[in-house]
Design a protein around this ligand. Structure first.
Ligand SMILES: Nc1ncnc2c1ncn2[C@@H]1O[C@H](COP(=O)(O)OP(=O)(O)OP(=O)(O)O)[C@@H](O)[C@H]1O
Ligand SMILES: [Mg+2]
Length: 284
């Protein structure tokens, strides 16, 4: 099994009246999930994922991560949890700390018992996967740009090779080409290894194109958990939580209202919309 939450409550400050996680129950499979967590700023997305690899502990309710019951104040072994579930932070500068980029990416594999030689090999492979320039490997991570630093943090997580990989807003700070390359890398990795991948994102175009399942957070509550098709076809829910449609779906609705196109199921991506407009000729 992967990650299971049952009625999880959490507050950062004991005396606060508002819960940052409010009765959250969910189940995430250890294989083949591609989940997007969406919701407004401050809705609890980062707080939620920090419970998924035991960086934060629930005040009440149950969290089980790969058969380990995660409980606050109890001496549970966190290392196996972190090997199962890798988390790339929203702010990569909180995650890099070694003297050089290479040392930084090697830290995870070394920490999980790999020899220095193997850790170096894994780190170089991971840095190539994320498209990190080789000359950056000897630099201090603190001299890098935001996008480069994010790639270092992602490479560090990949080098550990967790079963479930969680990335908190991974495309922020990357240029348009870098965004697509990263998402294609994650997709290819999933096709090859069947790892479950969870991303937090505000970018509905990315969410619609790459993920399968969406969780919507609102004021600490998980208010929707289902397929992307179910979410983007649910106008009332989108309105209630003020969520955007992907651009292609928005355009498709406008064109349909103008009787310029027709479709049975709402296109969510540029490719699906193009297919509706051009029909089979777009494949020729
Ligand atoms: N370390 C902290 N101490 C106290 N409150 C916190 C802390 N971190 C987050 N919060 C509060 O918890 C709530 C949820 O924050 P969280 O960072 O999980 O939101 P988010 O959905 O990830 O937002 P964003 O889209 O801006 O990243 C917010 O009200 C925030 O102010
Ligand atoms: Mg956040």
């Amino acid at each position: 099994m992967g990650i299971n939450f049952q009625n999880v409550d959490f507050k950062y400050a004991k005396k606060a009246s508002h819960k940052q996680l409010d009765n959250v129950s969910l189940n995430i499979d250890e294989k083949d999930e591609f989940i997007a967590i969406v919701g407004h700023t401050g809705s609890g997305k980062s707080t939620l994922v920090q419970h998924m690899n035991a960086l934060l502990f629930a005040n009440s309710g149950n969290i089980t991560i790969f058969d380990t019951k995660v409980v606050r104040n109890k001496k549970i072994k966190l290392k196996p949890i972190r090997k199962h579930v890798g988390l790339v932070f929203q702010f990569p500068e909180y995650q890099v700390f070694e003297t050089t980029v290479l040392d930084d990416i090697m830290f995870g594999p070394k920490n999980f018992g790999k020899t220095t030689d193997l850790a170096k090999e894994l780190a170089i492979k991971a840095s190539q996967l994320v498209g990190l320039d080789e000359e950056l490997l000897t630099r201090s991570p603190f001299t890098l740009s935001g996008g480069q630093m994010r790639k270092v943090a992602i490479a560090g997580a990949l080098a550990i090779d967790p079963d479930i990989l969680i990335l908190d807003e991974p495309t922020v700070g990357l240029d348009p080409k870098g965004k697509i390359e990263l998402m294609e890398l994650l997709l290819a990795m999933q096709n090859k290894t069947h790892k479950s991948i969870i991303i937090i994102s505000h970018d509905m175009n990315i969410v619609a194109k790459y993920t399968k399942r969406i969780m919507v957070m609102h004021s600490g509550k998980l208010v929707f958990d289902g397929s992307k098709e179910a979410l983007f076809n649910n106008e009332a829910l989108l309105k209630e939580y003020n969520l955007d449609l992907p651009t292609a779906a928005y355009l498709a609705k406008e064109l349909k209202a103008m009787h310029l196109i027709d479709y049975d199921s709402l296109p969510l991506t540029k490719e699906e919309l193009t297919h509706i407009i051009l029909g089979d000729s777009c494949n020729e």
